[in-house]
Each structure stands twice: as structure tokens, then as C-alpha cells.
Design a protein around this ligand. Structure first.
Ligand SMILES: [Zn+2]
Length: 162
């Protein structure tokens, strides 16, 4: 059945694995994720080609397509934490776990339950990372790393007496 929402993908284009701006190797992201996260005006430029996520924090490009199209931070509906400064970044887009929230927990009790909370949501089938997380994949690893980063930042602040 022909559907306006399922046209044939443009498959003749060569693979572009490196961000055209930073040169960083991008990980493939499902086009469904790209469509869900782009603003209305950015989505009007989209073509059905392979898209990749630029992981370089200094690069303003979030997605680049095999057709050479790039989408910058402000082309997305949400801030992309990899491209924002450390401290108050949202690292779990489904359940709103942020560096600030993790820090508050750590300072109050010495422990953050963010990872345990997310595991519980995953077990209950509540995650929608393929549509909410700009990387289109589970955020559990990112949240685990965020807890480590915030813990280290607090330890560092304690050691340097600030
Ligand atoms: Zn880039």
C-alpha cells in the first residue's frame, strides 16, 4: 500500500561517516529519531538518507546526512547535552534526569538513584529513547557516566576547598 508517510528511501548516495564540520566520526541514527527531534522548519529540509550524530562537543552540528545536509543545535526541539556546558544538562530525555538533579541527590545523601530509577522505567517498558533522545538510543550509559562526572566534580570541589 502506497503511503505518503512511507516513500522510497534515497539509497544511491555514498556513505558519509565524518561530520563535514568537525571531522568527527558520527554514529548512525534512525531517520525516525531525526524526524522526531527536528524543529518544523528544519524538518522541511530533510531527505530520506542515512543520518549520523556528531559527538564532538565543540561542533554545532548535531546531525549530518549522507546528502551533505547538516542540522545544528538550534534545529532540534531539545538542547543536546553533548553540545552544552557541564553542570545542568538533561541526560535522560524520557524521565528528566539531569546533572543538577544528580548533584542535589549526591550532596544530600552521597548517593544518586538516577540509574536505578531509569532501570525500573526500562523494565516497565516506559522508555521512548528512539523518539526523545537525540542519539536515538537508550540513555542508561549516559546517565551512569553523568553520575560519575558529577561525583568527580563534587570530589574535586571538596579537594580544592571550594
Ligand atoms: Zn560535527
Amino acid at each position: 500500500m502506497a503511503s505518503c508517510c512511507a516513500p522510497r528511501p534515497v539509497s544511491s548516495l555514498r556513505q558519509i561517516e565524518q561530520c563535514p564540520v568537525s571531522g568527527a566520526t558520527g554514529r548512525r541514527v534512525d531517520v525516525q529519531t531525526v524526524k522526531a527531534l527536528l524543529t518544523a522548519s528544519a524538518l522541511r529540509r530533510l531527505r530520506l538518507v542515512d543520518h549520523r550524530f556528531c559527538p564532538d562537543p565543540r561542533c554545532h552540528v548535531v546531525y549530518f546526512g549522507a546528502d551533505g545536509t547538516t542540522y545544528a543545535r538550534n534545529d532540534l526541539r531539545v538542547p543536546v547535552w553533548q553540545k552544552e556546558p557541564f553542570g545542568d544538562r538533561m541526560v535522560c530525555y524520557c524521565f528528566g534526569e539531569s546533572e543538577r538533579g544528580i548533584r542535589t541527590e549526591l550532596e544530600a545523601s552521597g548517593h544518586s538513584a538516577a540509574v536505578a530509577r531509569i532501570r525500573e522505567h526500562i523494565a516497565a517498558g516506559r522508555c521512548a529513547c528512539e523518539l526523545r533522545n537525540p542519539q536515538g538510543r537508550c540513555c542508561l550509559g549516559d546517565v551512569t557516566a553523568a553520575v560519575t562526572r558529577v561525583t568527580q566534580a563534587i570530589d574535586h570541589a571538596v579537594r580544592s576547598g571550594s
